[in-house]
Design a protein around this ligand. Structure first.
Ligand SMILES: Cc1ncc(COP(=O)(O)O)c(C=O)c1O
Length: 503
């Protein structure tokens, strides 16, 4: 009786190791038509796996129910609005998945020779040219497996180019509104990071850059639109300042979902830009798994592109490894093809007009949210935003309610919380990105919930401080979870399934 709780549909699911019973099977095999032999008599003992203590024995329905229940605890963009700012939890159209599962794509092996891989080489070559067109750049590599990986690839190309020029520059300028990975990338690429302070409009001004720019600076890394959801309106002027002193302009273009068909970053003096396919081209969010962060560059950096480079020779496509100035390989084979394919399908299914409309809708939705919530939550930069907007908990502070409490209360209302405490440039940030696919009804439901929470903060702040209450797992000790994660299951002794006897 100990596991019985009146939690309604939120079942208290045991670990799979704690379920089942001795002798239960998830399969049935036909009668043997050969003589049964003891495994140990035919397989050398050093190759035999030892018995795993507590290895679960389950029926098919046990397994199906276990994983179905776990999947139902999950919150995804297919279950509801997912306003995680900067992460762009964008809906992934099902046609992308369907095409990616077609046997001709799903079963292709990276060791197939070039002449049997012409279809996928053509597809990747075309995807490179679509991305070059959308960003206004000259060449693209599709290899990097994530946005941050793309940043490193881009910075390595800049470094190789400077080395070829015989220059040893040590610094990279990074504004306080840049994505956190920009700082890490400049450090991993062995540069000293020099911070640039944004101005009262939440963007960087040419004068701040001019004040820091010298012949020691290899590049500036600008996130545009930046992490406040604002367009870096002086980028062209800043690029001129940086170029005049021989530096490069790296643009973190992960937020290209606000700009497609409207602004070509290449026209603003950008030399390198990476793109997060999941944020803009509707591929699944990598979440540490296989993703793609293609990098687009200007001609000057072309000799340093990672190998292999896909080339078109007449009607054929080939992979060229013979590029002596290349920074080398950054990923096995040619990147995560399945992800690239989904982005390709998205671009073709949307068309140029559709992509532009997606960006327009992303910006419209974020501005609608911003306008309707700004009376209820403090808006540090009160001006039109791009694809996301950033509030803070300043109005709620007097009731001793924090950003964390607001985020946790949203869970009680059935929403995934927005990104919190990022960007660091504002205190107590609540960063919201609705994306283009949310309808007005869905946005209104979220807005009304946020307004209700702001009212609760005044009238019953304890409700927020104790949230979430309507979920299986209440407020966690996040520091403990991060510092001392419990990643290994240890069999209780004796194992519970063994108690239940033969079934
Ligand atoms: C603006 C920006 N830059 C860089 C990144 C890093 O990308 P990734 O998580 O794929 O490494 C992200 C994350 O989504 C981002 O939003």
């Amino acid at each position: 009786m100990t596991n019985i709780k009146d939690t309604g549909l939120i079942q208290d699911e045991l670990l799979i190791f704690e379920q089942g019973g001795k002798g239960r099977r998830g399969y049935s095999l036909p009668q043997w038509d050969v003589e049964e032999v003891e495994t140990r008599t035919v397989i050398p003992p050093d190759l035999l796996r030892k018995d795993l203590e507590g290895f679960p024995q389950l029926s098919e329905i046990d397994v199906v129910r276990h994983f179905t229940r776990l999947s139902q605890w999950n919150y995804g963009v297919d279950s509801g609005l997912y306003p995680l700012g900067s992460c762009t939890m964008k809906y992934n159209p099902k046609v992308n998945e369907e095409i990616a599962r077609m046997a001709g794509f799903a079963n292709i092996h990276p060791y197939y020779p070039e002449d049997l891989s012409q279809g996928i080489l053509k597809l990747m070559y075309e995807l490179e040219s679509f991305l070059a067109e959308i960003t206004g750049m000259d060449h693209v590599t599709l290899q990097p497996a994530a946005g941050a990986h793309g940043e490193l690839t881009g910075m390595m190309m800049i470094k190789a180019c400077l080395q070829a020029r015989g220059e040893k520059r040590r610094k990279v300028l990074v504004p306080d509104t840049a994505h956190g990975t920009n700082c890490s990338t400049s450090a991993v690429a062995s540069y000293q990071m020099v911070g640039i302070k944004s101005n009262e409009r939440g963007v960087i001004g040419p004068e701040q850059v001019a004040g820091q720019m010298d012949e020691e600076v290899a590049a500036i890394m600008v996130t545009n639109p930046n992490t406040l959801g604002l367009f870096e309106e002086h980028l062209s002027e800043i690029a001129e300042i940086v170029h005049r002193k021989g530096g490069f302009v790296y643009c973190d273009g992960a937020n290209l979902n606000a700009l497609m068909g409207i602004v070509k970053l290449g026209n603003l003096g950008v030399d390198v830009v990476h793109i997060n396919l999941h944020k803009t081209f509707s591929t699944p969010h990598g979440g540490g798994g296989p993703g793609a962060g293609p990098v687009a560059i200007k001609n000057e950096l072309a000799p340093y592109l990672p190998i292999p480079v896909i080339e078109r020779v007449g009607e054929a496509y080939r992979l060229n490894d013979d590029r002596p100035q290349s920074i080398g390989k950054v990923k096995a084979f040619y990147g995560n093809f399945g992800v690239l394919l989904k982005a390709y399908v998205y671009i073709l299914s949307m068309g140029a007009e559709g992509l532009r409309r997606a960006s327009e809708m992303a910006v419209l939705n974020a501005n609608y949210l911003m306008r309707r919530l700004k009376e209820h939550y403090y808006l540090p930069y009160d001006r039109p935003c791009m694809h996301e907007c950033v509030f803070t908990d300043q109005f709620q502070e007097k009731h001793h309610v924090s950003t964390l409490d607001i985020a946790k209360r949203l869970i009680d209302y059935g929403f995934h919380p927005p990104t919190i405490y990022f960007p660091l440039v504002v205190k107590g940030a609540l960063m919201m990105e609705p994306t283009e696919t949310e309808s007005k009804e869905s946005l209104d439901r979220f807005i009304e919930t946020m307004i209700a929470i702001a009212e609760e903060a005044e009238q019953n702040p304890d409700l927020l401080r104790q949230a979430p209450q309507k979920v299986k797992v209440r407020r966690l000790d996040e520091v403990l979870a991060a510092r001392k994660p419990k990643l290994r299951w240890n069999a209780p002794s004796p194992h519970p399934s063994l108690h239940r006897g033969e079934e």
